[in-house]
Ligand binder design. Structure first.
Ligand SMILES: [Cu+2]
Length: 175
């Protein structure tokens, strides 16, 4: 009985050994077969990277160019007009909403409660300036409005359920 168990065990162990050796040899072969395939895939990935870079880099530059990094220095003269702005949930409080065109304006932006975003859009609804409205701190926007018209102010920082209602206007024109 013991003799039989030993022989069966030996046969099973040999089968497992052959199995392991078979797999080891085969997987080595497979690696060789996959080598060129992997190389091709990697070179495709490299090409794809450069194709994407060449397409998206100019597109990114083009898109970022229209952002108002610094309001264009328009010809301005005369005294600086000051608008004091306080953001509240959910409205803008401004001590004036009308300014002269082609005269410098300082917009002093703060908040009474949470962070808001004070974004000014020109009559064509292009963002021309923005500042963070922060409680306990005043950010100042130096700007000169070149065109007469109604400029819209929208909140650019999500500040609660009625965030979308935080709109107001600045009228640029002779008083
Ligand atoms: Cu908001």
């Amino acid at each position: 009985m013991q003799e039989t168990a030993w022989q069966v065990s030996l046969v099973l162990m040999l089968m497992i050994t052959f199995g392991v050796v078979f797999v080891a040899i085969n997987s080595g072969k497979r690696e060789e077969e996959y080598g060129p395939l992997v190389k091709r895939a990697y070179s495709f990935r490299t090409k794809l990277f450069w194709a994407v870079a060449f397409v998206f880099f100019p597109a990114m530059i083009y898109n970022l160019m229209s952002l108002p990094y610094s309001p264009k220095a328009a010809a301005s003269s005369g005294p600086t007009q000051v608008i004091n702005v306080t953001g509240h949930m959910w409205y803008w409080e401004m001590d004036r909403d009308q300014v002269e065109p082609n005269q410098p304006v300082d917009i002093r932006v703060t908040s009474a409660d949470v962070n808001h975003g004070f974004g000014i859009y020109d009559p064509d609804l292009r963002l021309i300036a923005q500042a963070q409205a922060m409680p306990g701190y005043t950010n100042v926007i130096h700007i000169t409005f070149p065109k007469e018209g109604t400029y819209r102010v929208l909140c650019m920082e999500y500040c609660g359920v009625a965030h979308h209602n935080m709109m107001t206007e600045i009228k640029v024109g002779k008083s």
